[in-house]
Write a protein that binds this ligand. Structure first.
Ligand SMILES: [Zn+2]
Length: 381
């Protein structure tokens, strides 16, 4: 039990300091196992990541050190190391994987920087496998392995260095399951509004999760936000303000989503009709405050009523999606989540710490997606 709460503290530290990893860690199943000396991660066939930990080891680590170990394990999954390296010298491949995950000792990839030392808290930093200083930081585990082989490195005598965690369970993971696991990390972090670190993006691009129909993504987003509100409502302060003459919300009220609609003419009536058709069908799950905006304020409907979209005025101006979010913040109307309909040719608002979904009317690949939340495409001609 003690080890469990120590782990929980480490995950809380990650949520505060490395939120993307903290949310990824929350999707992992944590099981105590006396036969594990440190920590060992694996991925079940359904994509569930399971992390076995030795309770004794967990209690020997500081909270900061434990956070670095957890991040190390997540990185192995993210880089899809589990289930790879078949046919290679397994000990040497393990070293290559740890080198890639840990990075260079001068600038480690993992760990939470300690304010006093300015260096991440990493247990036994002098005894673990780092990338040699002259090696490129972007090597894959296989490239790193090749270099180790070329340098005549014998795994058993590699400087007497040790792995962080154990790789014993990797053999059981298959490639599809690992992709599904990475997708779970990604969805959990997106649903919470966590910013995707630059270093993580390439791995998320690689897995290319199967594209769900946008209607399904929208429904899942609204349902998830509604459920989250039910769970947290008792402790959340009301964001409604008196100037709109509205009372504070009670915990049993349905969730409120702020919807920003880009009313530049590139978002056609057909697009509006399709989008609001879906939204109206989901109105039992949430109420919507709709703010229309192109290059300036259009209208604010609180709450939106069926068919209101037909009254929107259109504008030939450029699209600004930062100002409307600022407007919502200024008026304290950024409620339980933020939904946006736009052609995507715009600058994106900064992360606001709420769930965020963009429904984009342009085809995938044409626009730059925001670096937080999730983007789906209407695929509508
Ligand atoms: Zn490792």
């Amino acid at each position: 039990m003690k080890a469990e709460s120590h782990l929980l503290k480490a995950r809380c530290l990650m949520l505060a300091r490395k939120p993307w990893y903290g949310h990824a860690a929350a999707t992992i199943q944590w099981d105590a196992d006396e036969t594990i000396y440190t920590m060992a991660v694996t991925v079940r066939a359904d994509g569930q990541v399971v992390c076995l930990y030795g309770p004794k080891f967990v209690l020997e680590c500081t909270v900061g050190e434990l956070a670095a170990v957890i991040e190390h394990e997540i990185e192995h999954v993210l880089r899809q190391h589990c289930g790879r390296g078949r046919g290679l010298d397994q000990n040497l491949f393990n070293i290559a994987c740890d080198m890639v995950v840990n990075g260079h000792q001068q600038s480690p990839r993992i760990g939470i920087v300690h304010p006093k030392t300015g260096y991440p808290e990493i247990r036994g930093a002098d005894q673990i496998c780092w990338l040699p200083p002259s090696w490129c930081a972007d090597l894959t585990a296989e490239q790193c392995y090749e270099k180790l082989v070329a340098n005549g490195v014998q795994a058993r005598r590699f400087d007497n260095r040790s792995l962080i965690g154990q790789h014993d369970l990797w053999e059981t993971a298959d490639a599809d399951a690992v992709s599904a696991a990475v997708n779970r990390f990604s969805l959990a972090a997106a649903a919470s509004g966590a910013v995707v670190p630059e270093t993580v993006k390439p791995f998320l691009d690689e897995i290319k999760p199967p594209e769900l129909p946008w209607e399904e993504v929208l429904a899942t987003f609204i349902r998830g936000t509604s459920d989250a509100r039910k769970r947290t409502a008792y402790s959340r302060r009301s964001r409604r303000v008196d100037c709109f003459g509205m009372p504070g919300r009670k915990s049993n009220e349905v969730c409120h989503l702020a919807v920003v609609v880009d009313t530049s003419t590139s978002v056609t009536d057909a697009v509006l009709s399709k989008f609001f058709g879906e939204l109206e069908a989901l109105s039992s799950l949430a109420t919507f405050d709709v703010l229309t905006w192109s290059d300036c304020f259009g209208t604010f409907l609180s709450p939106y009523a069926t068919g209101d979209w037909k009254t929107f005025k259109r504008n030939y101006g450029y699209t600004d999606m930062i100002a409307p979010v600022q407007w919502l913040c200024d008026h304290q109307m950024l409620a339980d989540g933020l939904l946006m309909l736009t052609d995507g040719y715009c600058l994106w608002p900064k992360p606001q710490g709420v769930p965020f979904l963009v429904v984009c009317s342009s085809p995938r690949g044409m626009i730059t997606e925001p670096d937080w939340g999730k983007t789906v495409y209407l695929n509508f001609k």
